[in-house]
Design a protein around this ligand. Structure first.
Ligand code: ADP
Ligand code: F6P
Length: 324
């Protein structure tokens, strides 16, 4: 049975991602345009439990679309993984009159959203993560900015790597997912791309590749290493010892999570934020918004969490082929 909502809450949870502010802005403004009240919740589920809740007007999101990070801040909250924490979260929502909620985050945050739905709060998830590792969507808020930030940094490392005829290992984010590494690997013309989903920990293959490339006349060797593979600095030492080629490691780290969002991230985040507000206004709950087959769609959270996502085999094959 569709339930009419009157007050829509919005929070960001888990790792931040560029474009989250554009999504918040769209949730606020579309909800208000639909005749609803809006409340912002600070610091994710932790802020909900701590009742860090405030009324939001269209002016509260002025001058935010171009800003990285999240104006609502974000947090991780262990208490919210417990049934007691989730029940308390639903009670706090009811206390503040929040009968609809938009949660912007990754898979972990969706599990919290699922629990709130089960506790009577209509909840919609938006895919906010730079990792692109949400199965029901081909796009996640922040991925485009993150790969562009990383790509530009890697171009710079490549310049100095070529000057010195060095091998460079560049570590990008993605503890469990190699999408950033794959995209940068292709876009930066890397000689080796190490993805958590594919890497078989055979360093000898990399060493052989470096030696063969030297023989072919290549003056640099770029290895993109996803964070999930780990230990780029010690890998650099081992590779240098085995090949005799000077090797340096660069860990890009949190710079990939910050910065002004790209046009793509601002656009999709705006559409998805508006879409989430509309779903709540239609009485929907326990849904996540995705970009699939060139259009915005929504999926049941339980089904979305059960979906699997893999590195597309063709993309992986081409990425290897282009580095000859
Ligand atoms: P992401 O949302 O980016 O995947 P996390 O996995 O860290 O990030 O999850 C963010 C937050 O979502 C957690 O700190 C916790 O508050 C909540 N969460 C994660 N897993 C669950 C769960 N199984 N049940 C309820 N809430 C959860
Ligand atoms: O936002 C995703 C991500 O950057 C992952 O690639 C990484 O493993 C994780 O967040 C690290 O985040 P934190 O250090 O904030 O836990």
């Amino acid at each position: 049975m569709a339930k009419e909502v009157n007050t829509i809450g919005v929070l960001t949870s888990g790792g931040d991602a560029p474009g989250m502010n554009a999504a918040i802005r769209a949730v606020v403004r579309k909800s208000i345009a639909n005749g609803k009240k809006v409340k912002g919740i600070m610091k994710g589920y932790q802020g909900l439990l701590n009742e860090e809740i405030f009324d939001m007007s269209p002016r509260d999101v002025s001058d935010t679309i171009q800003r990285g990070g999240t104006i609502l801040r974000t947090a991780r909250c262990e208490e919210f993984k417990t049934p007691e924490g989730q029940k308390k979260g639903a009670e706090v929502c009811k206390k503040y009159g929040i009968d609809g909620l938009v949660v912007i985050g990754g898979d972990g945050s969706y599990k919290g959203a699922q629990a709130l739905s089960a506790n009577g709060i209509n909840t919609i998830g938006l895919p906010g993560t730079i990792d692109l590792d949400i199965a029901c969507t081909d796009y996640t808020i922040g991925f485009d900015t993150a790969v562009n930030t990383a790509m530009q940094a890697i171009d710079k490392v490549r310049d100095t790597s070529s000057s010195h005829e060095r091998c460079s290992i560049i570590e990008v984010m993605g503890r469990n997912a190699g999408y950033i590494a794959l995209w940068c690997g292709v876009a930066n013309g890397a000689e080796d791309i190490l993805l958590p989903e594919k890497y078989e920990f055979n360093e000898q293959d990399i060493i052989n590749n470096i030696i063969n490339n030297r023989k072919k006349g290549k003056t640099h060797h770029i290895i993109i290493n996803a964070e999930g593979i780990g230990h780029s600095t010690s890998m650099a030492r081992r590779i240098e010892a085995a090949t005799g080629v000077e090797t340096r490691a660069t860990i890009l780290g949190y710079m990939q999570r910050g910065g002004s969002p790209t046009c793509t991230d601002r656009f999709h985040a705006s559409m998805m934020g508006a879409y989430a507000a509309d779903l709540l206004c239609q009485g929907k709950s326990n849904r996540v918004v995705g970009w699939k087959d060139g259009t915005y769609k929504d999926f049941d959270i339980d089904e979305a969490l059960a979906m699997q996502k893999n590195i597309p085999e063709y993309q992986y094959e081409v990425s290897r082929l282009l580095s000859i």
